[in-house]
Design a protein around this ligand. Structure first.
Ligand SMILES: [Zn+2]
Length: 704
């Protein structure tokens, strides 16, 4: 349960990603798209080489659109037409498509590694046998509920409330989410980033966000009713008679609603001060008296001394109320639900189907569940990511790409330094600190210098669920072992094949896995213009996160320390507000507008990133003679290359979920909302002053 995924979900690890993870699906799209179309399934087989699509793809464009009115539609209209959403995807976009291409390629690696021949390396044995066990659906069906029976029996056997803490600790050690009442893990101490400490955080909810429990509109009321039905069905699958299952579902909903009401909103959790509360175990014991915290930490194998972070004290007060006021019977009912919700995806088909029917089909509009091979590839990546990543990098990531990405990153950083130096609104005192922070940013490109050692993790061909369990415990212990040791600055939070990137404010580093540095994102076959527009913009985006409204609150050493003069902080906020006001006007779906307070960090990074990419591209090509190609001038190629990273189609249901949970604005807005603030764009396409994507100079938003 100390997995990165969980910490990110909790907003504890402050890593800020470029896009939402492909597996969970995310982000959003324009209102102009019709109902999802069905597509003929691609023949399902592994590929031996990755397909090539250029990073500037003319077939993806729609030249009938005026770019000055809608750059996104101009650059992506063809893509949208040619790429309907596959039945098993929440949404479909350039990132998601590349991610599935990578999975299809990894599938081949895993099928090879799964052949039980002699001579496999220990790494190949682990990833191969994990994959083979995962694909063995007969064995998984035969096992039915057996894999979680031991834990169900432990819950059933609980008769003494005093033993509850150690039981929850034991379950948390093996849990993959923060769904069991709360979450626990480790993090760098916000006030002293050189130290790793334990953290307990709000959790315990089965719906995607606390807002689902409190909103009063008709859709939210319907979603809650459907959720209770789903929980009841899960209890029936656990063997409860129908009336008992319904009563149990109502109990779960009552407890979760109380926890949700005591939880911070996503917007509040963006404030690092609101989620940092240093406590000793003794002071946590005073906050939540009815729970044996020392017994809990012993069972979850976390050292909470000399202090830990209790992210949301109000939540833990409410948790205490639930744990002391609810009957033991109701607490056990809740734990049974939380356990099945946490493990259903790894069990036999009735559990998998019910989980899919609610979480993916009903909530996000997905038509079909993913084929088994995709799930198994994704789980190998999740549980043995650096073993799989090593195989991936050896086959796909040339040293020349790494060199080029490192060069671009240095150029982007130089551009940032130039911008900071030239800012007219910042006083010298803050400027010096900003440059000091910039100089401490570490760049990580492609893959880790040292691959993780999985030798103490046993993977057997015979038992899928046991492999999953051991992998989660391995990760829990690996995280727990960081407490009291120097921070490992070389560690990655994404695997090498991942099509995404992130900034970590406490490590103050920017991270670009190999998976995000391939066509159609970075394309070594093409000229600089689309590559700087696309990959340069991504690098600039991550770097800007260090200086967005959240990231700016950390210093170059990763400490939550205010290095701003009051006056400069106010000026920054005024500029950030310009962005929030602009984005809050865009519609996501139906009558739902962007929550500009949720997306402002990403929106600031999108704009700042593209400005830096433009400067770096100008510098890179200043002595070159650039020519028009295929009817586009070099600056036009820069902007179309930029826009094409975001081509996508989405489902209305999924857009509704993302309006609540996704800190990124919808893809069309991530393009048009940026260029409307760039006079360089208007000049590149000779846009009229009255065009939609042209602002008056005095209305331009600009932070960095
Ligand atoms: Zn981002």
């Amino acid at each position: 349960m100390l997995l990165r995924k969980m910490l990110l979900a909790l907003g504890v690890s402050a890593a800020t990603m470029l896009a939402s993870a492909a597996e969970s699906g995310s982000d959003t799209k324009p209102a102009s798209i019709g109902p999802p179309q069905r597509v003929t399934p691609i023949p399902e087989k592994p590929v031996e080489s990755l397909p090539y699509t250029p990073s500037l793809d003319f077939s993806a464009m729609d030249r009938s659109v005026d770019p000055c009115e809608d750059l996104y539609a101009f650059a992506c209209g063809g893509w949208k037409k040619n790429n309907p959403i596959p039945a098993d995807q929440t949404r479909w976009d350039v990132y998601g498509k590349l991610s599935v291409d990578n999975q299809r390629y990894l599938w081949g690696i895993l099928e090879d590694a799964a052949k039980p021949v002699s001579g496999r390396t220990p790494t190949q044995q682990k990833i191969g046998d994990y994959f083979a066990a995962c694909m063995n659906l007969d064995a998984i069906e035969r096992a039915g509920l057996a894999p979680i029976q031991p834990d169900l029996r432990k819950i059933a056997a609980l008769v003494d409330r005093a033993k509850l803490a150690s039981l929850i600790g034991e379950l948390h050690l093996r849990a993959s989410t923060a769904g069991l009442f709360f979450g626990a893990g480790v993090q760098q101490d916000a006030r002293d980033a050189s130290k790793v400490i334990a953290v307990v955080a709000a959790g315990g909810l089965g719906l995607p966000d606390r807002d689902y429990y409190v909103k009063t509109d008709a859709k939210s009321v319907e979603q809650r009713a459907r959720y209770v039905e789903h929980v009841a069905k899960m209890f029936e699958l656990l063997g409860d008679p129908k009336p008992a299952a319904s009563a149990n579902a109502a109990t779960v909903m009552r407890i979760e609603t109380a926890l949700a009401k005591a939880s911070l909103t996503r917007v509040d959790r963006r404030d690092p001060h609101k989620v940092y509360h240093r406590n000793s175990v003794a002071s946590l014991g005073k906050l939540a008296r009815g729970f044996d915290w020392p017994a809990y930490f012993k069972a979850v194998e976390l050292n909470p001394d000399p202090w830990l972070n209790v992210t949301e004290p109000a939540f833990f007060k409410e948790l205490n109320a639930r744990l002391t006021q609810e009957s033991l019977r109701d607490i056990k009912t809740y734990l049974r639900w939380a356990l099945i919700d946490d493990t259903a995806s790894y069990l036999s088909s009735p559990f998998v189907a019910e989980k899919f029917a609610f979480n993916s089909q009903y909530l996000r509009g997905v038509e079909e569940d993913r084929p088994r091979w995709k799930k198994c590839v994704a789980w190998v990546d999740q549980h043995l990511g650096e073993a799989l990543g090593r195989e991936f990098v050896a086959r796909t990531f040339p040293a020349t790409t790494k060199e080029k990405a490192v060069t671009m990153t240095k150029q982007i950083e130089q551009a940032m330094q130039q911008r900071i130096t030239q800012l007219d609104w910042m006083t010298p005192a803050t400027r010096t600190q900003a440059i000091a922070k910039l100089k401490k940013v570490r760049n990580k490109v492609g893959y880790p210098d040292l691959w993780r050692d999985y030798s103490s993790l046993t993977i057997e061909r015979s038992d899928f669920f046991a492999n999953v369990s051991r992998a989660i415990v391995f990760e829990s212990r690996r995280q727990a072992a960081k407490i009291g040791k120097p921070v490992d600055r070389g560690e990655w939070q994404m695997s090498a094949p991942t099509v995404n990137a992130y900034y970590d404010p406490q490590l103050n580093d920017i991270n670009f896995p190999a998976g995000v540095l391939m066509p159609p994102l970075y394309d070594a076959k093409l000229d600089d213009a689309p590559n700087y527009g696309n990959t340069g913009g991504t690098i600039g985006h991550e770097l800007t996160h260090g200086f967005d409204d959240e990231g700016r609150q950390f210093d170059g050493d990763g400490n939550l320390r205010d290095w701003w003069t009051k006056e400069d902080a106010q000026k920054f906020e005024k500029r950030a507000q310009c962005i929030r006001d602009q984005y809050s006007q865009y519609t996501i779906v139906d009558d739902i507008k962007i929550n500009g307070n949720l997306t402002s960090g990403e929106d600031i990074a999108d704009l700042g990133g593209e400005l830096l990419a433009w400067m770096a591209w100008q510098e890179q090509t200043k002595t070159m003679r650039l020519a028009e190609r295929d009817g586009l001038t070099p600056p036009q190629r820069f902007f179309v290359g930029f826009a094409q990273w975001a081509c996508s189609n989405d489902r209305p249901e999924n857009m509704r979920v993302n309006a609540i949970v996704d800190p990124h604005s919808p893809p069309p807005v991530r393009i048009n909302g940026v260029v409307v603030n760039m006079p360089e764009f208007a000049a590149a396409f000779s846009c009229k002053a009255t065009a939609k994507l042209v602002k008056k100079p005095e209305d331009l938003c600009k932070v960095w």
